[in-house]
Ligand binder design. Structure first.
Ligand code: BES
Ligand code: ZN
Length: 657
């Protein structure tokens, strides 16, 4: 594999894991048990796959989706590039393996395989080790998904009329519904034949239908090689709205008109991104508005970004999420992190690109606002990281060996990563920065790189040749935020902090204020001396003048010592409890900090309807700080959790322990 040459093995922690292998022939019962030592892999601490010896080049999926027992029955046909390996190791976490065969379809012979023991913390799942010959080109794995499947979220009994199922692969959940080499290092093309109940539409991160197939038969093809975490499937009653010949949006039929209106700036965003970073490499770009349980604001599945319906606000105020997911078409999907230790290469670059796209669309002040809000979040999170058992998580280059890759999903990767690029831009100027990034995406297109490869490229292509000194090492490998970090501030947010200060001091900022001005008196006859009179008028703050991000800052700047009267006044004046989800979330956080329980009904409605982890987790964390409300909180969680994807559920339950 071309990518592998890019690795510097000496920089990687090589570790081994002893797995007890249980012999497991296709006929069923355990026949033998072996103990074997397996290198998890020096190249990716989150995969058992021996992809440096043998790796999948193309995957052919045959899937039958059964909504009655909520299982997928499948065959995963792997076409291999085999460097004379005698075993091929795949990752699984949940699937029940029925049999494994070797050879092209129709000419298959049954193969021996063993399944290793689950890792201690059940993070990685199990290795599936198939005995192959040095010349083997095809491995076919027959399987069904397990009783629990971490990637898939199915509709509940109450949603019988609108059944759905969708998958979330990142970071290492694809192995829960497809047996494969689940490392971002293994780029594959794929095809899929999917059978679903009649009347439902199936979509994947691939070439997609625009209409429901009456028989429930779908064929998909992804021709560009992608890492496994980007394989995605969603099935439901969807309709499609096209913006132009290249992009559009899928959504539940009822929601489609609103969604289409909300995201209508998509063509402009694409133009802006292509203008900056080179041609869009994936053919079409469509959005798919997911079920409200979707655990993220957005997920950059190639050709088909999944977005949470929670970003539909009616006034396009949360569309930077779309700019973010679109930006991943370059940073992440085209140039991919080699392992989850290099996650910042995906997210830091993407936040930088997101801000550039939003700047193009809405101006510099808007992008500054986004940036400053995120900077505050970074500082908040850095405090927690410093006090945690892993203060080294404050570095861009992570070491997540023996840990869940989700632990790396902090604002360090996102915001510190973006600030690194912004600081570099400030140093070298925008023209050089843009040329550098365009060249970077071209050079590493469809490859996976480590932080070290990026470092070498930056220094050899830009810094050394142009004689520029830059503290790259400090940015990438130290905990502290470097001193040369650019400061990005927005005047609009200063205004909001000042308003919050007044509220904190007990002033009603929404009350009409009587003011006067001096106006010259007018006389019929001209007089020698001018004289003036006082003219009184009232001014009142108009909440509509301030956008979502400004209110977000206002709410975050409020103290936890506000009176009920104050809280009622500000809610009545602005309507926080009926605003968009971003504002509602901040408002409930303020209320909980202030022991203002009048919001219980609204909060519980919010938590039962939205499964986005960014909202659900902080709200439950805050609720758990109130022992008196423990029963109410537990009851609420019991009712709400059926509507959460396993990603959100696991995060909340980790805290509840
Ligand atoms: N790829 C991420 C979501 C993700 C990261 C899923 C790691 C699983 C593991 C996506 O692009 C993302 O960053 N979503 C953000 C959007 C925001 C930063 C605009 C989210 O969901 O909040
Ligand atoms: Zn992202």
């Amino acid at each position: 594999m071309k990518n592998l040459a890019l690795f510097r093995l000496n920089r990687w922690l090589i570790f081994t894991l002893v797995v007890t292998l249980i012999g497991c022939k296709s006929e069923g019962p355990v026949k033998s048990s072996v103990t074997e030592t397996i290198d998890v892999t020096a190249l990716d601490p989150h995969s058992y796959a021996n992809f440096n010896e043998v790796h999948t080049q193309h995957l052919d999926l045959e899937l039958e989706v059964n909504f009655t027992n909520q299982k997928i029955y499948g065959v995963a046909r792997h076409t291999l590039i085999n460097r004379k390996a005698t075993k091929a190791i795949f990752d699984i976490n949940g699937p029940v393996i029925q049999k494994v065969t070797l050879g092209p379809k129709g000419k298959e012979v049954e193969a021996d395989f063993v399944i290793g023991k689950m890792d201690k913390d059940s993070i990685l799942g199990q290795p599936l080790i198939v005995t192959i010959a040095p010349s083997t080109k095809y491995v076919n794995i027959y399987y069904q998904t397990g009783d629990e499947c971490a990637a898939l979220e199915w509709s509940s009994q109450e949603e019988k009329d609108r059944p759905f199922v969708y998958s979330q692969g990142q970071a290492i959940l694809t192995r829960s519904w497809i047996p494969l080499q689940d490392s971002p290092n293994v780029r594959i093309t794929y095809q899929a034949k999917v059978t679903v109940p009649k009347g439902l539409m199936a979509l994947m991160s691939a070439e997609n239908p625009k209409k429901t197939n009456e028989q429930g038969l779908y064929n998909f093809s992804m021709k560009q090689p992608i890492p496994s975490y980007l394989i995605a499937l969603t099935i439901g009653k969807y309709s499609y709205h096209s913006y132009n010949e290249r992009c559009g949006v899928y959504a539940d039929s009822e929601l489609l008109p609103k969604a289409a209106e909300e995201f209508s700036e998509l063509p402009e965003m694409m133009a802006a991104a292509e203008n900056l970073y080179g041609p869009y490499a994936w053919g079409r770009y469509d959005l798919m508005v997911q079920h409200p349980s979707f655990p993220f604001g957005g997920m950059e599945n190639p050709r088909l970004t999944f977005v949470s319906p929670s970003i539909i606000s009616g006034d396009k105020s949360l569309v930077s999420v779309i700019a973010h997911e679109l930006a991943h078409s370059w940073s992440g999907n085209l140039v991919t992190n080699a392992s989850w230790n290099d996650f910042w290469l995906n997210e830091g670059f993407t936040v930088y690109l997101e801000h550039r796209i939003m700047e193009y669309l809405k101006g510099q002040e808007y992008s500054n606002i986004l940036c400053e809000i995120e900077f505050d979040e970074l500082n908040q999170e850095l405090k927690e990281i410093k006090a945690s058992e892993h203060p080294e998580d404050a570095r861009l280059k992570l070491n997540l060996t023996n840990r869940n890759p989700d632990d790396g999903m902090t604002s360090v990767a996102y915001v510190k990563g973006a600030y690194f690029l912004k600081t570099l831009e400030a140093k070298i100027g925008r023209t050089k920065m843009d040329a550098f990034l365009k060249g970077y995406f071209k050079k590493f297109a469809f490859q996976n790189i480590t932080t070290e490869t990026f470092y070498d490229y930056l220094h050899s292509q830009l810094l050394t040749v142009q004689g520029i000194s830059f503290n790259t090492d400090e940015w990438l490998y130290l905990n502290e935020l470097p001193k040369n970090m650019v400061k990005i501030q927005s005047k609009d947010l200063d205004t909001m902090r000042l308003l919050a200060k007044k509220t904190n001091q007990g002033e009603n900022i929404f009350a009409p204020v009587k003011k006067f001005k001096w106006v010259e008196k007018k006389y019929k006859k001209k007089r020698k001396r001018k004289s003036f009179k006082k003219v009184y008028f009232t001014v009142q703050l108009d909440p509509k003048k301030y956008n979502t991000q400004m209110w977000q800052t206002y709410l975050r700047s409020l103290d936890s010592t506000l009176s009920t009267a104050t809280l009622n006044t500000i809610d009545e004046s602005v309507g926080f409890s009926h605003a968009n989800n971003e504002i509602r979330f901040e408002w409930y956080m303020v209320c909980l900090k202030n022991n203002h329980w009048a919001i219980k009904e609204g909060l519980s409605e919010f938590l039962r309807n939205i499964g986005r982890r960014k909202y659900v987790l902080p709200l439950f964390k805050e609720l758990l700080r109130h022992p008196k409300e423990r029963n109410w909180t537990a009851e609420l969680y019991r009712n709400a959790k059926a509507n959460y994807h396993s990603v959100t559920r696991k995060s909340v339950e980790h805290w509840m322990k």
